[in-house]
Design a protein around this ligand. Structure first.
Ligand code: SAM
Length: 249
């Protein structure tokens, strides 16, 4: 990308495309099966005729619809889901907030807009496979363009071992991050870390498309008061579920 193109991207608010390679691969596989549906002849195996064209067409349709729904979530649905998540807390304005796996700052910036004296922090390890153009600089730029740069702080940290002290945050939010920790123990460690850094009476609002039952159990095992909200089929894809867990004294 030349310098002027680079400057153009950096001057725009962008919340990125989630799982860009998955979307690209689904589209590619869909197109391959669509071509196969046109050219494949029917196969007969011991007098049974297999309609390969119909099978290929069905696979193509499933892949293309999934890719389109994922793209639609990234471009439209995620903003509705962000507001839905943030509405699950009664904001006073003075909270210390952490967005785990902030990416381009979707929840960190959304929370910052609800603060007066509080501060909204975002941590990430900036994986490009999880979000397009995933850089700290793009997130900083978004905060400037959204007029919240005085209320936010972005740090490069992994949720399985943060440097925050115990009982530090009033609210911890996270969307589509924890499933990216590939082993069960790692995800349980992340939930324990969230519990550790939450203040008494603090709340964790965690959204994901899988493993939410495990997060619920992990928070319950710490003695938290846990509620499972959703699944949301209409405006999120893959459909998301929210776990709201309160740390009780
Ligand atoms: C699908 S993106 C979602 C970004 C943002 N939460 C949103 O909803 O737009 C997942 C993000 O989690 C980050 N991530 C993955 N594993 C992480 C970890 N162990 N600690 C912190 N962030 C992580 C990725 O780098 C990526 O930015």
């Amino acid at each position: 990308m030349d310098e002027s193109n680079n400057r153009k991207t950096m001057n725009k608010i962008s919340y990125g495309i989630d799982a860009p390679k998955v979307i690209r691969n689904l589209f590619l596989v869909g197109i391959i099966f669509l071509v196969l549906a046109i050219f494949l002849p029917a196969i007969t195996i011991s007098k049974v005729q297999i309609q390969t064209a119909q099978i290929s067409f069905t696979i193509a349709l499933i892949c293309i619809i999934e890719a389109a729904l994922m793209l639609l979530y990234s471009l439209v649905g995620k903003f509705k889901h962000r507001d839905r998540m943030l509405k699950l807390h009664e904001w006073k304005g003075n909270e210390m907030v952490l967005d785990v796996g902030t990416g381009h700052g979707l929840l960190m910036i959304g929370a910052a807009k609800r603060l007066t004296t509080g501060k909204s922090l975002g941590i990430d390890i900036w994986k490009n496979s999880d979000l397009s153009n995933n850089t700290l600089q793009q997130t900083e730029q978004n905060a400037v363009l959204e007029n919240v740069s005085d209320k936010i702080k972005i740090l490069s940290q992994d949720i399985t071992h943060t440097t925050f002290r115990d009982n530090y945050f009033d609210v911890v939010v996270s969307n589509l991050c924890l499933h990216n920790i590939y082993n069960k123990e790692g995800r349980a460690t992340a939930c324990k870390e969230i519990y550790r850094i939450l203040k008494d009476n603090g709340v964790a609002i965690i959204s994901d498309f899988k493993h939410t039952g495990d997060y619920k159990k992990a928070f319950e095992s710490q003695g938290m008061n846990v509620e499972k909200i959703g699944i949301y089929f209409i405006d999120t894809f893959p459909p998301l579920t929210i776990i709201r867990a309160k740390k009780i004294r």
